[in-house]
Design a binder for this molecule. Structure first.
Ligand code: GCO
Length: 384
Protein backbone atom coordinates (compact mmCIF):
# COMPACT_ATOMS: atom_id res chain seq x y z
CA UNK A 1 0.00 0.00 0.00
CA UNK A 2 1.22 3.47 -0.80
CA UNK A 3 0.02 6.66 0.87
CA UNK A 4 -0.48 8.79 -2.24
CA UNK A 5 -4.00 10.21 -2.45
CA UNK A 6 -6.16 10.01 -5.57
CA UNK A 7 -5.36 12.72 -8.05
CA UNK A 8 -1.79 13.09 -6.80
CA UNK A 9 0.27 15.06 -9.32
CA UNK A 10 3.41 13.29 -10.51
CA UNK A 11 5.52 15.40 -12.76
CA UNK A 12 8.45 17.62 -13.48
CA UNK A 13 9.16 21.34 -13.60
CA UNK A 14 10.95 23.79 -15.85
CA UNK A 15 11.14 27.58 -16.14
CA UNK A 16 11.02 29.72 -19.27
CA UNK A 17 14.46 31.32 -19.17
CA UNK A 18 16.10 28.02 -18.31
CA UNK A 19 14.66 25.99 -21.19
CA UNK A 20 13.05 28.12 -23.89
CA UNK A 21 16.05 29.75 -25.50
CA UNK A 22 16.13 33.22 -27.04
CA UNK A 23 14.76 35.07 -24.02
CA UNK A 24 16.61 38.16 -25.22
CA UNK A 25 14.38 40.73 -23.62
CA UNK A 26 14.52 39.93 -19.91
CA UNK A 27 16.71 41.04 -17.02
CA UNK A 28 18.66 37.78 -16.91
CA UNK A 29 19.70 37.95 -20.53
CA UNK A 30 21.15 41.39 -19.79
CA UNK A 31 22.70 40.28 -16.52
CA UNK A 32 24.46 37.40 -18.29
CA UNK A 33 26.05 39.89 -20.64
CA UNK A 34 26.91 42.60 -18.13
CA UNK A 35 28.36 40.23 -15.53
CA UNK A 36 30.11 38.03 -18.09
CA UNK A 37 28.18 34.93 -17.06
CA UNK A 38 27.68 31.90 -19.26
CA UNK A 39 25.00 32.78 -21.81
CA UNK A 40 21.64 31.03 -21.84
CA UNK A 41 21.53 31.30 -25.66
CA UNK A 42 19.14 28.78 -27.17
CA UNK A 43 18.81 26.93 -23.85
CA UNK A 44 16.94 23.68 -24.64
CA UNK A 45 15.00 25.28 -27.50
CA UNK A 46 11.84 24.31 -25.65
CA UNK A 47 10.09 27.37 -27.06
CA UNK A 48 9.92 25.30 -30.26
CA UNK A 49 10.12 21.80 -28.81
CA UNK A 50 7.66 21.96 -25.91
CA UNK A 51 5.37 19.44 -27.55
CA UNK A 52 8.16 16.88 -27.61
CA UNK A 53 8.97 17.67 -23.97
CA UNK A 54 5.37 17.11 -22.91
CA UNK A 55 5.18 13.90 -24.97
CA UNK A 56 8.28 12.48 -23.26
CA UNK A 57 6.92 13.35 -19.84
CA UNK A 58 3.51 11.84 -20.56
CA UNK A 59 4.98 8.79 -22.28
CA UNK A 60 6.97 7.97 -19.15
CA UNK A 61 3.78 7.89 -17.07
CA UNK A 62 3.88 11.31 -15.43
CA UNK A 63 0.70 13.35 -15.23
CA UNK A 64 1.79 16.93 -14.48
CA UNK A 65 4.09 19.51 -16.05
CA UNK A 66 5.04 22.77 -14.40
CA UNK A 67 6.30 25.46 -16.73
CA UNK A 68 6.43 29.24 -16.60
CA UNK A 69 5.30 32.12 -18.77
CA UNK A 70 7.99 34.48 -20.06
CA UNK A 71 6.62 37.93 -19.29
CA UNK A 72 9.25 39.59 -21.52
CA UNK A 73 7.86 37.79 -24.57
CA UNK A 74 4.23 38.56 -23.83
CA UNK A 75 4.83 42.24 -22.96
CA UNK A 76 8.11 43.13 -24.70
CA UNK A 77 7.53 46.84 -24.18
CA UNK A 78 5.53 48.37 -21.38
CA UNK A 79 1.88 48.18 -22.37
CA UNK A 80 2.49 46.29 -25.61
CA UNK A 81 0.91 42.84 -25.31
CA UNK A 82 1.55 40.27 -28.02
CA UNK A 83 -1.43 38.09 -28.68
CA UNK A 84 0.71 35.58 -30.58
CA UNK A 85 2.77 34.90 -27.43
CA UNK A 86 -0.33 34.44 -25.29
CA UNK A 87 -1.51 31.96 -27.92
CA UNK A 88 1.84 30.20 -27.75
CA UNK A 89 1.45 29.49 -24.02
CA UNK A 90 -2.17 28.50 -24.56
CA UNK A 91 -0.93 25.89 -27.03
CA UNK A 92 1.42 24.59 -24.34
CA UNK A 93 -1.54 24.14 -22.01
CA UNK A 94 -3.42 22.36 -24.77
CA UNK A 95 -0.45 20.13 -25.54
CA UNK A 96 -0.53 19.03 -21.89
CA UNK A 97 -4.27 18.52 -21.88
CA UNK A 98 -4.18 16.46 -25.06
CA UNK A 99 -1.88 13.99 -23.31
CA UNK A 100 -3.67 13.81 -19.99
CA UNK A 101 -1.05 16.00 -18.33
CA UNK A 102 -2.12 18.56 -15.74
CA UNK A 103 -0.41 21.91 -16.48
CA UNK A 104 0.90 23.77 -13.42
CA UNK A 105 1.59 27.29 -14.64
CA UNK A 106 4.06 29.66 -12.99
CA UNK A 107 3.35 33.29 -13.87
CA UNK A 108 6.75 34.61 -12.86
CA UNK A 109 9.83 32.46 -12.48
CA UNK A 110 12.50 35.03 -11.52
CA UNK A 111 12.85 36.80 -14.86
CA UNK A 112 11.15 40.11 -15.61
CA UNK A 113 11.13 42.18 -18.80
CA UNK A 114 14.19 44.41 -19.08
CA UNK A 115 11.94 47.50 -19.21
CA UNK A 116 10.44 46.45 -15.85
CA UNK A 117 13.92 46.03 -14.38
CA UNK A 118 15.00 49.41 -15.73
CA UNK A 119 12.07 51.21 -14.13
CA UNK A 120 13.23 49.87 -10.77
CA UNK A 121 12.03 46.30 -10.53
CA UNK A 122 9.63 45.02 -7.89
CA UNK A 123 10.05 47.84 -5.39
CA UNK A 124 9.40 50.66 -7.87
CA UNK A 125 6.06 52.47 -7.57
CA UNK A 126 3.39 50.78 -9.66
CA UNK A 127 5.30 47.50 -10.07
CA UNK A 128 2.50 45.45 -8.51
CA UNK A 129 -0.04 47.07 -10.84
CA UNK A 130 2.06 46.17 -13.86
CA UNK A 131 2.26 42.57 -12.70
CA UNK A 132 -1.50 42.54 -12.10
CA UNK A 133 -2.14 43.85 -15.61
CA UNK A 134 0.12 41.13 -17.02
CA UNK A 135 -1.80 38.51 -15.03
CA UNK A 136 -5.09 39.75 -16.44
CA UNK A 137 -3.75 39.60 -19.97
CA UNK A 138 -2.66 35.98 -19.61
CA UNK A 139 -6.01 34.73 -18.31
CA UNK A 140 -6.74 33.04 -21.68
CA UNK A 141 -3.72 30.81 -21.04
CA UNK A 142 -5.07 29.75 -17.67
CA UNK A 143 -8.54 28.63 -18.68
CA UNK A 144 -8.97 25.14 -17.20
CA UNK A 145 -5.56 25.17 -15.49
CA UNK A 146 -5.87 23.64 -12.02
CA UNK A 147 -2.81 25.13 -10.27
CA UNK A 148 -1.30 28.56 -10.76
CA UNK A 149 1.98 29.55 -9.08
CA UNK A 150 2.13 33.34 -9.01
CA UNK A 151 5.78 33.78 -7.99
CA UNK A 152 8.75 31.47 -7.80
CA UNK A 153 10.70 31.64 -4.55
CA UNK A 154 9.86 35.20 -3.51
CA UNK A 155 11.70 34.46 -0.26
CA UNK A 156 14.97 33.61 -2.02
CA UNK A 157 14.52 36.54 -4.35
CA UNK A 158 14.30 38.90 -1.42
CA UNK A 159 17.56 37.57 0.01
CA UNK A 160 19.69 38.36 -2.92
CA UNK A 161 19.48 42.07 -2.93
CA UNK A 162 19.21 43.70 -6.32
CA UNK A 163 21.23 41.01 -7.98
CA UNK A 164 18.71 38.34 -8.65
CA UNK A 165 19.01 34.80 -7.48
CA UNK A 166 22.07 32.64 -7.83
CA UNK A 167 24.51 35.46 -8.40
CA UNK A 168 25.51 36.56 -4.94
CA UNK A 169 25.90 34.71 -1.69
CA UNK A 170 23.51 35.33 1.16
CA UNK A 171 23.66 38.96 2.23
CA UNK A 172 23.71 39.78 5.94
CA UNK A 173 19.95 40.19 5.97
CA UNK A 174 17.07 39.67 3.57
CA UNK A 175 15.81 42.74 1.75
CA UNK A 176 12.41 43.04 3.34
CA UNK A 177 11.35 45.75 0.91
CA UNK A 178 11.62 43.25 -1.94
CA UNK A 179 9.93 40.63 0.21
CA UNK A 180 7.05 42.97 0.99
CA UNK A 181 6.68 44.07 -2.64
CA UNK A 182 6.50 40.48 -3.84
CA UNK A 183 4.05 39.50 -1.16
CA UNK A 184 1.86 42.50 -2.02
CA UNK A 185 2.05 41.60 -5.71
CA UNK A 186 0.88 38.07 -4.94
CA UNK A 187 -1.96 39.25 -2.71
CA UNK A 188 -3.12 41.71 -5.32
CA UNK A 189 -3.56 39.08 -8.02
CA UNK A 190 -4.47 35.88 -6.19
CA UNK A 191 -8.22 36.60 -5.63
CA UNK A 192 -8.65 37.79 -9.22
CA UNK A 193 -6.92 34.67 -10.56
CA UNK A 194 -9.00 32.39 -8.38
CA UNK A 195 -12.21 34.00 -9.39
CA UNK A 196 -11.44 34.24 -13.10
CA UNK A 197 -10.02 30.75 -13.55
CA UNK A 198 -11.26 28.58 -10.68
CA UNK A 199 -7.62 27.49 -10.24
CA UNK A 200 -5.89 26.93 -6.95
CA UNK A 201 -3.45 29.80 -6.57
CA UNK A 202 -0.30 29.90 -4.46
CA UNK A 203 3.39 30.63 -4.65
CA UNK A 204 6.46 28.48 -4.31
CA UNK A 205 8.91 28.87 -1.47
CA UNK A 206 12.59 28.09 -1.47
CA UNK A 207 12.66 25.66 1.42
CA UNK A 208 16.13 25.25 2.77
CA UNK A 209 16.52 23.06 5.80
CA UNK A 210 18.58 25.10 8.27
CA UNK A 211 20.55 23.16 10.86
CA UNK A 212 22.07 24.78 13.90
CA UNK A 213 25.66 24.21 15.02
CA UNK A 214 27.56 25.22 18.16
CA UNK A 215 28.41 28.48 16.41
CA UNK A 216 24.83 29.46 15.52
CA UNK A 217 23.92 32.85 16.96
CA UNK A 218 20.76 34.91 17.06
CA UNK A 219 21.62 36.80 13.89
CA UNK A 220 21.87 33.56 11.94
CA UNK A 221 18.68 32.27 13.52
CA UNK A 222 16.86 35.48 12.60
CA UNK A 223 18.04 35.24 9.03
CA UNK A 224 16.81 31.67 8.75
CA UNK A 225 13.48 32.63 10.23
CA UNK A 226 13.11 35.73 8.09
CA UNK A 227 14.00 33.75 5.01
CA UNK A 228 11.68 30.87 5.63
CA UNK A 229 9.37 31.10 8.58
CA UNK A 230 8.26 34.66 8.14
CA UNK A 231 7.15 33.81 4.66
CA UNK A 232 5.31 30.73 5.69
CA UNK A 233 3.53 32.53 8.45
CA UNK A 234 2.58 35.62 6.51
CA UNK A 235 2.00 34.09 3.25
CA UNK A 236 0.71 30.63 3.07
CA UNK A 237 -1.61 30.91 0.14
CA UNK A 238 -5.23 30.16 0.82
CA UNK A 239 -5.08 27.45 -1.82
CA UNK A 240 -1.70 25.75 -1.61
CA UNK A 241 1.91 26.46 -0.83
CA UNK A 242 4.61 25.29 -3.23
CA UNK A 243 7.61 23.71 -1.51
CA UNK A 244 10.99 23.58 -3.24
CA UNK A 245 13.36 21.64 -1.04
CA UNK A 246 16.75 20.31 -2.09
CA UNK A 247 19.29 20.48 0.69
CA UNK A 248 20.29 21.74 4.09
CA UNK A 249 22.51 24.56 5.20
CA UNK A 250 24.26 24.77 8.55
CA UNK A 251 24.04 28.02 10.45
CA UNK A 252 27.16 29.54 11.94
CA UNK A 253 27.67 32.99 13.43
CA UNK A 254 25.69 35.61 11.51
CA UNK A 255 24.51 33.31 8.76
CA UNK A 256 25.05 30.11 6.82
CA UNK A 257 28.33 28.23 7.01
CA UNK A 258 30.12 27.40 3.81
CA UNK A 259 29.37 23.97 2.42
CA UNK A 260 30.33 21.31 3.34
CA UNK A 261 30.49 21.62 7.08
CA UNK A 262 29.56 18.02 7.68
CA UNK A 263 32.25 15.42 7.11
CA UNK A 264 29.49 12.81 7.05
CA UNK A 265 27.88 14.33 3.95
CA UNK A 266 27.13 11.57 1.44
CA UNK A 267 28.40 13.72 -1.43
CA UNK A 268 28.49 17.30 -2.62
CA UNK A 269 26.44 18.00 -5.73
CA UNK A 270 27.71 19.71 -8.86
CA UNK A 271 26.21 22.92 -7.55
CA UNK A 272 27.99 22.77 -4.19
CA UNK A 273 25.02 21.57 -2.19
CA UNK A 274 25.11 18.74 0.30
CA UNK A 275 23.32 15.55 -0.81
CA UNK A 276 20.55 15.69 1.76
CA UNK A 277 17.26 14.18 0.54
CA UNK A 278 15.71 14.37 4.03
CA UNK A 279 15.27 18.10 3.33
CA UNK A 280 12.07 17.34 1.45
CA UNK A 281 10.26 15.65 4.32
CA UNK A 282 11.48 18.25 6.80
CA UNK A 283 10.33 21.14 4.65
CA UNK A 284 6.98 19.63 3.69
CA UNK A 285 6.16 19.07 7.36
CA UNK A 286 7.33 22.55 8.28
CA UNK A 287 5.33 24.19 5.51
CA UNK A 288 2.17 22.35 6.47
CA UNK A 289 2.53 23.15 10.14
CA UNK A 290 3.58 26.80 9.89
CA UNK A 291 0.96 27.58 7.29
CA UNK A 292 -1.77 26.11 9.46
CA UNK A 293 -2.48 23.12 7.26
CA UNK A 294 -2.40 24.75 3.83
CA UNK A 295 -2.09 21.96 1.24
CA UNK A 296 1.45 21.47 0.01
CA UNK A 297 2.48 20.96 -3.60
CA UNK A 298 6.11 19.98 -4.05
CA UNK A 299 6.94 22.19 -7.01
CA UNK A 300 10.67 21.36 -7.09
CA UNK A 301 12.99 18.71 -5.68
CA UNK A 302 15.99 17.15 -7.33
CA UNK A 303 19.74 16.85 -7.52
CA UNK A 304 22.53 18.29 -9.67
CA UNK A 305 24.62 15.30 -10.62
CA UNK A 306 26.21 13.69 -13.66
CA UNK A 307 25.30 10.29 -12.22
CA UNK A 308 21.74 9.22 -12.94
CA UNK A 309 22.10 6.44 -10.34
CA UNK A 310 22.69 9.15 -7.78
CA UNK A 311 19.56 10.96 -9.01
CA UNK A 312 17.50 7.81 -8.44
CA UNK A 313 19.13 7.25 -5.05
CA UNK A 314 18.43 10.83 -3.98
CA UNK A 315 14.86 10.82 -5.25
CA UNK A 316 14.09 7.43 -3.72
CA UNK A 317 15.13 8.77 -0.32
CA UNK A 318 13.26 12.06 -0.82
CA UNK A 319 10.05 10.21 -1.76
CA UNK A 320 10.39 7.90 1.23
CA UNK A 321 10.37 10.99 3.43
CA UNK A 322 7.40 12.38 1.55
CA UNK A 323 5.54 9.10 2.05
CA UNK A 324 6.16 9.26 5.80
CA UNK A 325 4.66 12.72 5.96
CA UNK A 326 1.65 11.59 3.87
CA UNK A 327 1.16 8.59 6.14
CA UNK A 328 1.08 11.03 9.08
CA UNK A 329 -1.72 12.96 7.42
CA UNK A 330 0.20 15.88 5.92
CA UNK A 331 -1.83 17.17 2.98
CA UNK A 332 0.57 16.91 0.02
CA UNK A 333 -1.03 17.16 -3.41
CA UNK A 334 1.83 16.41 -5.77
CA UNK A 335 5.50 15.92 -6.46
CA UNK A 336 7.10 17.81 -9.36
CA UNK A 337 10.74 16.94 -9.92
CA UNK A 338 13.32 19.57 -10.84
CA UNK A 339 13.89 19.26 -13.66
CA UNK A 340 12.42 17.66 -16.74
CA UNK A 341 15.51 18.68 -18.77
CA UNK A 342 19.16 19.42 -18.21
CA UNK A 343 18.95 23.19 -18.51
CA UNK A 344 20.41 26.63 -17.85
CA UNK A 345 21.16 26.88 -14.14
CA UNK A 346 21.34 30.67 -13.79
CA UNK A 347 24.80 31.88 -12.75
CA UNK A 348 26.08 28.28 -12.86
CA UNK A 349 25.27 28.00 -16.57
CA UNK A 350 25.00 24.57 -18.18
CA UNK A 351 27.40 22.83 -15.75
CA UNK A 352 24.96 21.40 -13.21
CA UNK A 353 22.65 18.76 -14.66
CA UNK A 354 19.33 18.39 -12.82
CA UNK A 355 17.39 16.77 -15.68
CA UNK A 356 15.49 13.54 -16.10
CA UNK A 357 16.28 14.08 -19.77
CA UNK A 358 19.67 15.03 -21.26
CA UNK A 359 19.72 17.68 -24.00
CA UNK A 360 22.45 17.78 -26.62
CA UNK A 361 23.86 21.31 -26.56
CA UNK A 362 24.42 21.37 -30.32
CA UNK A 363 21.42 19.56 -31.74
CA UNK A 364 18.95 19.85 -28.83
CA UNK A 365 18.20 16.15 -29.25
CA UNK A 366 16.57 14.84 -26.07
CA UNK A 367 17.80 11.62 -24.49
CA UNK A 368 15.71 10.39 -21.58
CA UNK A 369 17.78 9.14 -18.65
CA UNK A 370 16.77 5.96 -16.81
CA UNK A 371 15.51 8.17 -13.96
CA UNK A 372 12.66 9.40 -16.19
CA UNK A 373 11.29 5.90 -16.71
CA UNK A 374 11.93 5.12 -13.05
CA UNK A 375 9.92 8.13 -11.82
CA UNK A 376 7.22 7.40 -14.39
CA UNK A 377 6.95 3.85 -13.04
CA UNK A 378 6.56 5.14 -9.48
CA UNK A 379 3.80 7.38 -10.76
CA UNK A 380 2.04 4.62 -12.67
CA UNK A 381 2.13 2.31 -9.67
CA UNK A 382 0.75 4.99 -7.35
CA UNK A 383 -1.93 6.11 -9.79
CA UNK A 384 -3.08 2.59 -10.67
C1 GCO B 1 15.43 27.96 -8.02
C2 GCO B 1 14.56 27.71 -9.15
C3 GCO B 1 15.08 26.84 -10.21
C4 GCO B 1 16.47 26.28 -10.04
C5 GCO B 1 16.49 25.04 -9.18
C6 GCO B 1 17.88 24.46 -9.02
O1 GCO B 1 15.21 27.40 -7.00
O2 GCO B 1 16.31 28.73 -8.15
O3 GCO B 1 13.22 27.63 -8.95
O4 GCO B 1 15.03 27.78 -11.23
O5 GCO B 1 17.00 25.98 -11.27
O6 GCO B 1 16.01 25.32 -7.93
O7 GCO B 1 18.74 25.41 -8.46
Amino acid sequence: MHPYPDGFLWGASTASHQVEGGCVNNDWWHRERVLGLERSGDACDSYHRYDEDVALLAGAGLNAYRFSLEWSRIEPEEGLFLRAEVDHYRRMVESCRARGVEPVVTLNHFTVPQWFEERGGWTAPGAGDLFARFCERVLPVLDGVGHVVTLNEPNLHSCLVNMGPHVTAFPPAPDLAVADALLAAHRAVAPMLREATGALVGYSISSISFHETDATDDAARRLAHDVIDRWFLDAAGEDFVGVQGYTRIHLGAGGPLPVPPDPAARMIEQIGWEFYPAALEEMVRKAASLSGGTPVLVTENGIATASDEERVEYTTAALEGLEKSLADGVDVRGYLHWSLLDNFEWASGYGPTFGLIAVDRETFVRTPKPSLAWLGEKARAALA
